[in-house]
Ligand binder design. Structure first.
Ligand SMILES: N[C@@H](CCC(=O)N[C@@H](CS)C(=O)NCC(=O)O)C(=O)O
Length: 197
């Protein structure tokens, strides 16, 4: 497998997952170029981070790559069995991390660091903060302990962990003590440290 990676981007999720599973992989680290015009503008085979190449096929979307790697190479690790009762919650948190929690956080990142017009559109930023807060309220209320599914660490924690790192980066994690403690536990994992290096 070859992973196209840029530090601090969503490819961190895949690098972290590969480290958790202790799988061999080639890492192609490239500089992230903040998109000024259109998206899909990165120098990877699909224009985004992450991109994974495996046996002649190329895929993007961190959630899809994560599910693919776990299914193909996980050997039963880091996911409840397909068809088992916990599987629904596992899939819920994978999709929540990127499909619900990340978009308002991404809006703040985009206007603060890329377009740099956040100060001119306070209503847009306030709305994004509210929506991020609603998602974090939901996560804090519903999550298990010590990991999101309870006793077993899973790939869903990897998806959520990156979202929470960026939530903290844009300062929307301040009111969520339980989530801060969860993130601290995630960051203590050696595989996280290797992926973030
Ligand atoms: N939903 C996608 C989002 C991928 C994405 O937007 N990645 C960002 C970096 S975190 C990127 O490469 N943006 C630059 C661009 O679109 O040119 C995923 O989860 O992989």
């Amino acid at each position: 497998m070859k992973l196209y990676h840029a530090p601090m981007t969503r490819s961190t999720r895949i690098r972290w997952l590969l480290e958790e599973l202790e799988l061999p992989y080639e890492l192609e680290t490239l500089a992230f170029e903040p998109p000024s015009g259109g998206f899909y503008s990165q120098k990877t085979p699909m224009g985004k981070f992450p991109v994974l190449e495996d046996e002649g096929r190329v895929i993007c979307e961190s959630g899809a790559i994560l599910e693919y790697v776990v299914e193909r190479y996980g050997a039963g690790r880091l996911a409840p069995e397909i068809g088992s009762p916990l599987r629904g919650s596992y899939l819920q948190w994978i999709h929540f991390a990127e499909g619900t929690a990340y978009p308002p956080i991404g809006t703040i990142v985009f206007h603060t660091f890329y377009r740099k017009d956040a100060a001119e559109i306070p209503a847009v930023i306030a709305d994004a903060r509210d929506r991020a807060g609603s998602a974090l309220d939901f996560l804090q209320r519903e999550m298990g302990s010590p990991w999101v599914l309870g006793a077993e660490f899973s790939a869903a924690d990897v998806m959520l962990g990156y979202t929470l790192v960026i939530a903290r980066f844009v300062q929307v994690l301040g009111d969520y003590e339980k989530l801060q403690a969860y993130l601290a536990r995630l960051e203590e994992r050696p595989a996280f440290a290797r992926a973030a290096a």
